[in-house]
Write a new protein. Structure first.
Length: 187
């Protein structure tokens, strides 16, 4: 009997790969600050610093200034701050999405992507944040927790509110440098 000509061809494709995409940070969909559902896939290939932000926190001023400076410096080189407003800690993000966006843009000139106010911990936590927590074992206990996400969507490291952006910057620039060098090699 003649062998099925397709059987040999199909054996080159492992069954698991055809049907299930591996989950990483960029596989999630989230609601942006203007209320539109967006895919985080658009950030794949870039380095992301994911931060739960709040407008009325003691860390607000220093963090927003440093995050915007980071976005200005590294944004053109495959990097984004991704800000998720959250009212879970000290009720320090009580305003509407419109008010939050207006505050961040007017007060700090924020140009990085902002998302809709969301829960980042507990049963009702945003699925993307659940992934960040599961990947690092680090759950936010206050505003301005920071998660560094590699271009492949895997979480590299997490830092709490007390860690300043200057301490994190070397980790970010190292990942950004790798992207730049890889792109140079591809030319």
């Amino acid at each position: 009997s003649a062998a099925n000509p397709f059987a040999a061809a199909l054996s080159f494709f492992p069954a698991a790969r055809c049907c299930q995409k591996e989950t990483d940070f960029y596989t999630f969909k989230v609601v942006n600050i203007r209320g539109k559902l967006v895919s985080l896939e658009k950030y794949r290939g870039s380095v992301s610093l994911v931060v739960n932000v709040a407008s009325e926190c003691g860390f607000t001023d220093s963090h927003y200034k440093a995050l915007q400076q980071l976005q200005r410096d590294l944004g053109p080189h495959h990097f984004n701050v991704l800000a998720f407003p959250c009212n879970q800690f000290g009720q320090q993000e009580p305003d509407s999405n419109n008010e939050i966006e207006s505050f961040a843009r007017k007060t700090y000139g924020v140009s990085f992507p902002m998302f809709s106010k969301t829960a980042v911990t507990g049963a009702g936590a945003n699925a993307a944040f659940k992934y960040l927590i599961e990947s690092t074992g680090e759950e936010p206990t206050w505003n301005f927790w920071k998660y560094l996400v590699a271009p492949n969507g895997k979480v590299v490291k997490a830092w709490d509110s007390t860690v300043i952006i200057e301490e994190i910057k070397p980790y970010i620039t190292e990942l950004v440098r790798k992207i730049i060098l890889k792109k140079k090699d591809e030319l």
